[in-house]
Design a binder for this molecule. Structure first.
Ligand code: BMA
Length: 331
């Protein structure tokens, strides 16, 4: 298969503004062993903002990582966070190596946590449900290789719906991965899988794309962020991880309200591209912005929570109307 072209320079859209106090959460805010504190799911539940974040702990000073857990934090304003004394959802056992990249979705009054998990027999993705962020009931796990699951916040046509990103390593010709749709009658059995958006349709990706934060319902369609990855072998060492050469930007698409496997529109340029110093330098993997949480406020603002350089958690905001307007029809 022909390689996709190099992407070149990228800039963030003028409609999005980084919070001036970024990062909003980092290792120093966590009351237990913490290192890289990044990709965070966020929801509003029972009057508070709740965050579940990824913590790759170890010693940053020595560039050493020992393991991964998920931290839990609460906030009254979505900006200042208080981290709980202990991590949550420990699944580590002989088979499960780690759980990471959480997304939170409030659906029919309960909170669903979608997560990736590395196992001894492949990368999987799971869906768990909780009412208190203490007890979690794991409802389903995919077969390998699949991750980046995001659930829609309501049933559509009676079915539960999700976006996901399988890794077809043989048939697509290298690391060329796309966004897929599946639905389920009960959140346990998933099927009716369909391709939603392919990497070659995204001008700012040449490697892979995947769902980012969970979809937001608007009167024009489901507004979905996705991560868009491009590789440039000339980029060289790009962070303190040994061989990191990729760049992660954020794309935006609008899906049909009644048939979310159908793309109505997509931003032709990234919503967010790594540009701020905390996104481009000094991190584990520089040039990575990776949202796992989005909150739609009543005043028309959208808060986007993203991991920056796989090292800290940041916030950016935009107007919902501006985001919808960026999604141009796909040809
Ligand atoms: C992806 C995942 C994410 C990470 C991103 C950028 O493949 O591992 O957890 O944030 O790469 O490094």
């Amino acid at each position: 298969m022909e390689p996709l072209p190099l992407v070149g320079v990228l800039h963030s859209s003028p409609v999005i503004a980084r919070y001036a106090g970024n990062p909003i959460l980092s290792a120093k805010d966590v009351p237990y062993n913490a290192g890289l504190v990044f990709n965070a799911g966020v929801c509003k539940y029972q009057g508070r903002y709740v965050m579940v974040f990824r913590n790759d702990y170890g010693s940053l000073a020595d560039h050493r990582l020992d393991g991964t857990n998920l931290g839990l934090a609460y906030s009254d304003d979505g900006i200042r966070w208080q981290v709980e004394p202990l991590p949550c959802l420990e699944m580590h056992d002989h088979e499960v190596l780690r759980v990471y990249d959480p997304r939170l979705i409030v659906l029919e009054g309960r909170v669903y946590l979608c997560f990736a998990l590395d196992t001894r027999h492949g990368v999987r993705a799971g869906i768990a449900v909780t009412d208190d962020f203490v007890q979690y009931d794991v409802l389903s796990l995919t077969v390998p290789d699949n991750r980046n699951i995001v659930l829609f916040p309501e049933r559509i046509g009676g079915q539960y719906v999700r976006l996901e990103r399988p890794f077809p390593v043989y048939s697509r010709g290298g690391e060329r991965f796309d966004i897929w749709y599946s639905d389920s009658p009960d959140l346990r059995y998933w099927g009716n899988s369909q391709l939603v958006l392919a990497v070659e349709q995204v001008p700012y990706a040449n490697t892979k794309i995947g769902p980012a934060a969970p979809p937001l319902k608007t009167d024009r369609g489901w507004l979905c962020t996705f991560h868009a990855v491009d590789t440039d072998p000339a980029r060289g060492k790009n962070g303190w991880e040994a061989s990191w050469k990729k760049r992660y930007s954020v794309g935006l698409m609008l899906l049909d309200l009644d048939n979310p496997a159908h793309v109505i529109g997509m931003s032709r340029e990234p919503l967010l591209a790594p540009e701020a110093s905390y996104e481009t330098s000094g991190g584990f993997r520089n040039h990575a912005v990776f949202p796992c949480g989005a909150i739609q406020e009543d005043n028309g603002e959208v808060k986007l929570y993203y991991g920056a350089a796989d090292t800290v958690i940041c916030l950016a905001t935009a107007r919902l109307d501006d985001l919808i307007a960026l999604c141009a029809p796909l040809h």
